[in-house]
Design a protein around this ligand. Structure first.
Ligand code: UDX
Length: 481
């Protein structure tokens, strides 16, 4: 099938490359000529495992083309994906400018029937507006050409987007019930046939339900995370371990294990933006989504959790102290710094007078840019921030190590280096990546998120070593109980 993808951002590139890999011919259109020139030279502007190889192969084999020629690109595809950015505007609503510009361009240049697929995450009702824009353009040219607008939301996680695309757990297709809608559905089924051979993964619904399903999925996942983060803070107070609680509840198939990891709050381009946009959609309908508003508030607090723990340990004045920070990207396997919790931590440490030596396997450049923005009011603080190429180098003379992003590079705690290089071996583990017992046994003080019972027990044991092994002594029975 011939496919056009409008927008070569993260979603557009992954969708284009994967559809080409499945044997389709794909034109990826972008108005940014520099970006297109870069892509034509084989330079991928984002870090996504496996994407470079996929793009290279499909370009070489002639199935994937990058272009800034609007007319030619729109003429090419029977299916036109709109995969442009929908960043939040000043009020937190999704800014649909690029979506409508793409729809307008399609309406202006299409000469034969098209299936227009909305891939970007857009507020409920946008499908109808996109359809109206296309109709307007066709009427202006006095053309009667059949088209249908399909909502086909993406569920791609950064860092495993290719795997998510190639092994979808569901493919949502929101289509109208009219004749163009039914024809469009046939084409979309054909396009996604390779994923449905053994097991039907397509969920067909109306456009509005498909649009809402996308927001609902992200909102549900964000809710699980904030719920666990709030419980983790309670576990800290109660002396319980949130990791054990997670295992305890995840075993219930109604709950399941995924997205129950407490940490430093969710970041990235999707959850914060989509939860906010859904709250605003509801408000516009005269309804408040109280659960989701709380999810957002909890997440804001959680982004400060590591900083709070550092202050609880060292006091609010960190002058003369040095911190090693592991992991800056908002999550592993990406260089994305959007809404990354590391930004709150690093800026907070610097503002409190500390020096920071940071390591991230891929996001250091992006982090430097993001932090320069965050500290635009106090750029001199950046002089106390440096980056190292090897994680162990960050530990030299550090008062503490703060782990923010659970890259697999950090999976084994560098115990020997910690003890040899740090001023005192102390770890704040923002992702509960390491085993508190292992660290405690090695003489490293461990502070996790929601598992301070271990640190407390250790401190208590140290303060008062038991004179004899703790044994449960049988008390003489009193009364008749
Ligand atoms: C998300 C959705 O998962 C994806 O389906 C959608 O299409 C786009 O948004 P992404 O933003 O790439 O994907 O990252 P994801 O892996 O979902 O993680 C989001 C954030 O939640 C990260 O900051 C991550 O660290 C955090 N998280 C995730 C937790 O804090 N705990 C968890 O248990 C899981």
């Amino acid at each position: 099938m011939n496919v056009t993808i409008v927008g070569t951002g993260y979603v557009g590139l992954v969708t284009g490359a994967c559809l080409a890999e499945l044997g389709n011919h794909v034109f990826c259109l972008d108005l940014d000529q520099d970006k297109v020139a870069m892509l034509q030279r084989g330079v991928i502007p984002i870090y996504e495992p496996g994407l470079q190889e996929l793009v290279d192969r499909n370009v070489e084999e002639g199935r994937l083309t990058f272009s800034s020629d609007v007319e030619a690109s729109i003429a090419f595809g029977d299916v036109q994906f709109i995969a442009v950015g929908t960043p939040p505007d000043e009020d937190g609503d999704a800014d649909l400018r690029h979506v409508f510009a793409a729809a307008r361009a399609i309406g202006r240049h299409m000469e034969r029937s098209k299936v227009i697929v909305q891939k970007s995450t857009v507020p409920v009702g946008t499908g109808e507006l996109v359809s109206a824009v296309v109709r307007e353009e066709l009427e202006a040219r006095d053309k009667e050409i059949e088209y249908a607008v399909v909502s086909n939301p993406e569920f791609l996680k950064e860092g495993c987007a290719i795997d998510d695309f190639m092994h979808p757990d569901r493919i949502i297709l929101g289509v109208g019930d009219d004749l163009p809608g039914r024809r469009a559905l046939l084409m979309m089924r054909q396009l996604y046939l390779p994923f449905n051979r053994n097991h039907e993964r397509t969920r067909v619904m109306d456009v509005r339900s498909a649009e809402l399903a996308k927001y609902a999925a992200n909102a549900m996942l964000a809710t699980r995370i904030s719920f666990m983060n709030e419980l983790a803070n309670l576990a800290d107070r109660l002396g319980a371990d949130i990791e054990l609680v997670r295992q305890g509840i995840g075993a219930d198939p109604r709950i399941g294990y995924s997205f129950l990891y407490a940490g430093t709050g969710y970041g990235g381009s999707c959850f914060p933006k989509d939860v906010e946009a859904l709250c605003r959609t509801a408000q516009a309908q005269g309804q408040r989504l109280q659960v989701l508003e709380a999810v957002q508030a909890v997440n804001q607090v959680q982004k400060h959790v590591l900083l709070d723990k550092v202050f609880a340990h060292f006091g609010p004045n960190l002058r003369g102290r040095s911190f090693a920070v592991y992991g800056l990207a908002f999550k592993p396997d990406t260089d994305d710094m959007r809404e990354a919790p590391s930004r709150v931590l690093v800026a907070g440490l610097l503002r409190a007078g500390a020096s920071v030596v940071a390591h991230d396997p891929v996001a250091q450049e992006q982090a430097a840019r993001a932090l320069a923005q965050d500290l635009a009011d106090a750029p001199h603080l950046l002089e106390r921030l440096s980056y190292v190429a090897k994680p162990a180098d960050a530990l030299r003379e550090a008062d503490a190590l703060v782990l923010v992003t659970e890259w697999k590079h950090y999976r084994s705690p560098p115990l020997a280096a910690m003890k040899k290089l740090m001023r005192s071996p102390l770890v704040f583990d923002g992702r509960n990546l390491w085993d508190p017992h292992q660290l405690a046994t090695a003489g490293v003080t461990y502070v996790g998120v929601g598992r301070n019972n271990h640190a407390q027990l250790r401190a208590a044991e140290k303060a008062q070593p038991p004179a004899q092994p703790l044994a449960f002594k049988k008390k003489p029975r009193v009364g008749n109980g």
